[in-house]
Design a protein around this ligand. Structure first.
Ligand code: FES
Length: 357
């Protein structure tokens, strides 16, 4: 809001406007919300104290989301604030006539149910594994399955010390789903507990120590995409001490509200991760309204059950499943469990999981 103006802007739309811009062209974004040419200024702000904000496109085809609610702190762009202007996260009726016509995907290929636009749901009990030392690992998302920004792997580590693992110059973000132990990152050791986010910087390596009989299970996100891990002969000692904090535990009391949902950031800029962001969120009994993102996203269902929907397909999801969502693919996640659903998301490139359109 304009500092001199005590009035709030009019909310033009509870969603941003997607545009592909022309290089060097100036765009006058409407800040007052009164324009009839949203999201651009038509002069209606005269006498209100609001002024349009001018943005000059930096490159041809630059993709932007212009704020529609006019409450963003990152004007003229969306920062997700529209979600907080509503008491309830925008939802959709799964029993509507149109939704009833959307068919269920029955077929699974290596545990994967393919939905529209290279979106898919993978059941981790049905995937093929490869063995490396005391570890079984599987690729859940690679360039071969349509991943363009982030790959995803699943590690199951038995008792003992895992192989030393690295992903070259990519960022690696881990989510421990089961088991407790230790993780060594390029020579520096940390405790490892379930629902913990862990960040490995480009060029570093890691190994897992499991002193128990139960497996330690981890979802491993890697961006930019790498199609398989490298296994090293020995642990390097190149831990980057400029960023000493690498593990973030899930603490429900620290969750932030987003309408009637809550989420907690795990791996983000506070631990030195600029390109990849990991968060954990609580989804109540509901079906989100169909929406899209400009970032590539993976979702890991930790607990609960539901349905993943795209325009013309849907597939059931449950605790342990992995969901891949390409950029700009319309989708919606439904929770059918009265106790809700605990979900971990990883977005790349991006730092704000509440920006959708
Ligand atoms: S019409 Fe809204 S800022 Fe000009």
């Amino acid at each position: 809001m304009n500092e001199e103006n005590s009035e709030l802007p009019r909310i033009a739309k509870y969603k941003p406007y997607y545009y592909e811009l022309k290089k060097d062209r100036a765009y006058n974004w409407c800040s007052c919300g009164l324009s009839q040419r949203q999201p651009f200024c038509d002069g209606s702000h005269q006498g209100t104290g609001f002024e349009p904000i001018r943005y000059i496109a930096r490159e041809e085809g630059e993709e932007v989301l212009f704020c529609g609610c006019k409450h963003s702190a990152d004007k003229p762009f969306c920062d997700g604030e529209h979600n907080n202007l509503l008491d309830v996260y925008e939802s959709d009726d799964p029993e509507s006539e149109a939704n009833r016509r959307i068919p269920l995907v029955e077929e699974r290929i290596e545990g994967r149910a393919n939905l529209d636009g290279e979106c898919y749901v993978t059941n981790i009990d049905e995937i093929p594994y490869q063995e490396q030392g005391n570890m079984n690992w599987s690729a859940l998302a690679t360039s071969g399955t349509g991943a363009r920004h982030q790959a995803q792997f699943y590690f199951r580590v038995a008792n003992g010390e895992s192989p030393v693992t690295a992903f070259g110059d990519s960022h690696t973000v881990l989510l421990a789903s089961h088991g407790t132990g230790k993780i060594t990152i390029s020579g520096r050791e940390f405790d490892l507990v379930p629902k913990m986010g862990i960040y490995i910087r480009p060029g570093e390596a890691f190994s897992i120590r499991n002193n128990n009989d139960d497996e330690i299970r981890l979802y491993v996100s890697v961006g930019p995409v790498r199609d398989r891990p490298d296994f090293l002969e020995e642990m390097p000692t190149n831990f980057n001490s400029d960023h000493p904090t690498r593990t973030v535990a899930f603490e429900p009391g620290k969750s932030e509200p987003m309408a009637d949902r809550t989420f907690q950031m795990l791996v983000d800029k506070t631990v030195g991760s600029d390109l990849v962001t990991q968060f954990i969120g609580d989804i109540p009994l509901s079906k989100a309204a169909p929406h899209r993102h400009l970032y590539e996203e993976v979702l890991i269902i930790l607990t609960g059950e539901g349905m993943m929907w795209t325009e013309n397909a849907k597939a059931p999801v449950k605790g342990g499943d992995f969901l891949f969502l390409p950029r700009k693919q319309e989708h919606s996640l439904q929770c059918t469990n009265p106790e809700g659903m605990l979900v971990v998301g990883v977005i790349y490139p991006g730092d704000n999981p509440s920006i959708n359109y």
